[in-house]
Design a protein around this ligand. Structure first.
Ligand code: ZN
Length: 433
């Protein structure tokens, strides 16, 4: 198990309170900080660009926002929490009666300390998010309030981060996370850091990687759509991926299945949980959720799984200011990171081979594959290397992957893979792309 808790914590502290949205300088700043960990390309898609049925919106930036009471006291202050302003709020400087203001104040009835997270990306509007306690303390009928939002909506761009890690094969896996949430730790930030540290680990073992990895940091929905539209050919050639989010809470592990329940990725995630003796929740594929919605659409049909720890929708602090660094801990993210790395090591070895000698068995001794003394079993396995070689020659017909072979034989994919490498090195089987 790798131990990155200290480093993860350092980045949690640095990234947490940056004002991120679907566009803006906060997203660029976040991506630049991540460049300290991995060589991300930062790509800008201009406002106004059509991406399938969507259009890249104007860029939103905000410097300050507050509400003052009739005594001139600041009662709500963006500088205390950037969740106080509805994301994409239009600029405003006005004095309003409580009656005029109240419809633009958002709070949660059943969580009096929490500031809710609200957005208005595609409907020009403004608003403040406050706790129920603040509402009760500061806002009174018949009072006047000075309201100020120093924001800007301009023709700019939408920023994304991309890293391609090339392995031996051009066959790619997609790893995607989203960078659009301000001041929330489990939703968005835990996934961003898990993804960055996965990328860092993959770069360390790049020479050994069988597959290539397309790793993207995008604002949710519009960013995933923009990236897909701008990389349509590559995305249509990807079969599997991971959408990494909400994986740093104190609660239970779980996983969201990919659109095809029988796809190998779901079975592999379950194997990882079982190998670590972790009880887990299973969330069947659902059309709600994160960017797997885009990647699973009809033209792409990428099977994406998500390992979560306190999954979105399912924890009390979801989309509130209580999804903070008291709730999320680096040690939880480190646990999830280790599970993802175990999963990716399995995914990486999941190759489809074709037997180049389909006419009866090959003469193993001629290729130096027949053990000189028979019968030795592989460590922690009930089968011998010879058994695996014979089964590989039997099963590898250009359609069955090594995960399926490992399930048929009830043998870990690592052992299957190392025997397959021997056969490949002797040109008896070859990879199918
Ligand atoms: Zn969210």
């Amino acid at each position: 198990m790798i131990e990155y808790s200290k480093e993860i914590d350092k980045y949690l502290q640095r990234l947490f309170s940056i004002t991120r949205s679907i566009t803006g300088n906060g997203n660029r700043e976040t991506l630049k900080i991540l460049q300290e960990l991995i060589p991300l390309n930062i790509i800008e898609y201009p406002s106004g660009q059509d991406v399938y049925d969507w259009t890249i919106p104007k860029e939103w930036n905000i410097k300050d926002a507050w509400i003052k009471d009739s005594n001139g006291e600041k009662i709500i202050d963006f500088k205390q929490s950037n969740l106080h302003v509805v994301s994409y709020s239009t600029p405003l400087s006005d004095t309003l009666s409580f009656d005029k203001l109240k419809d633009n104040l958002h709070y949660l009835e059943d969580s009096p300390d929490a500031i809710p997270y609200r957005t208005s990306y595609y409907n020009e509007d403004w608003g403040f998010c406050i706790s129920k306690n603040q509402f009760k303390k500061f806002f009174k009928e018949d009072s006047l309030y000075e309201v100020f939002i120093d924001s800007e909506l301009t023709k700019g761009s939408l920023s994304i981060g991309e890293l391609l890690i090339e392995g031996k094969s051009k066959k790619e896996y997609l790893i995607s996370c989203y960078i659009c949430h301000p001041s929330m730790a489990n939703d968005s930030l835990s996934g961003v850091l898990t993804t960055a540290f996965i990328a860092q680990e993959l770069l360390k073992i790049q020479d050994t990687l069988e597959h290539s990895y397309r790793i993207v940091f995008v604002p949710e929905t519009i960013g995933a759509i923009a990236y897909t539209a701008n990389n349509e050919y590559a995305m249509k050639n990807i079969n599997n991926g991971l959408v990494i989010t909400t994986c740093g809470g104190p609660g239970e592990f779980g996983y969201k299945q990919s659109w095809d329940e029988n796809n190998f990725i779901n079975s592999m995630v379950e194997d990882v949980f079982k190998e670590n003796n972790i009880e887990y929740l299973t969330y069947p594929f659902d059309i709600h959720g994160s960017d797997e919605r885009q990647y699973s659409s009809q033209a792409f049909k990428i099977n994406c799984a998500t390992i979560s720890k306190d999954r979105y929708y399912n924890y009390d602090y979801y989309h509130t200011s209580l999804d903070n660094l008291d709730f999320v801990k680096a040690k939880y993210i480190n646990e999830t990171l280790n599970l993802y790395l175990q999963l990716i090591r399995k995914m990486d070895k999941n190759i489809i081979y074709k037997n180049l000698y389909p006419n009866c068995e090959v003469m193993l001794s001629k290729h130096d594959l027949y053990p000189k003394t028979g019968g030795a079993l592989l460590p922690s396995s009930s089968v011998s290397a010879l058994d695996i070689i014979l089964w590989l020659l039997y099963y590898c017909d250009g359609s069955m992957n090594l995960h399926e072979v490992s399930k048929k034989l009830n043998v870990n994919i690592n052992l299957i893979y190392s025997e397959a490498c021997k056969l490949e090195s002797k040109n008896i089987i070859e990879k199918i792309l």
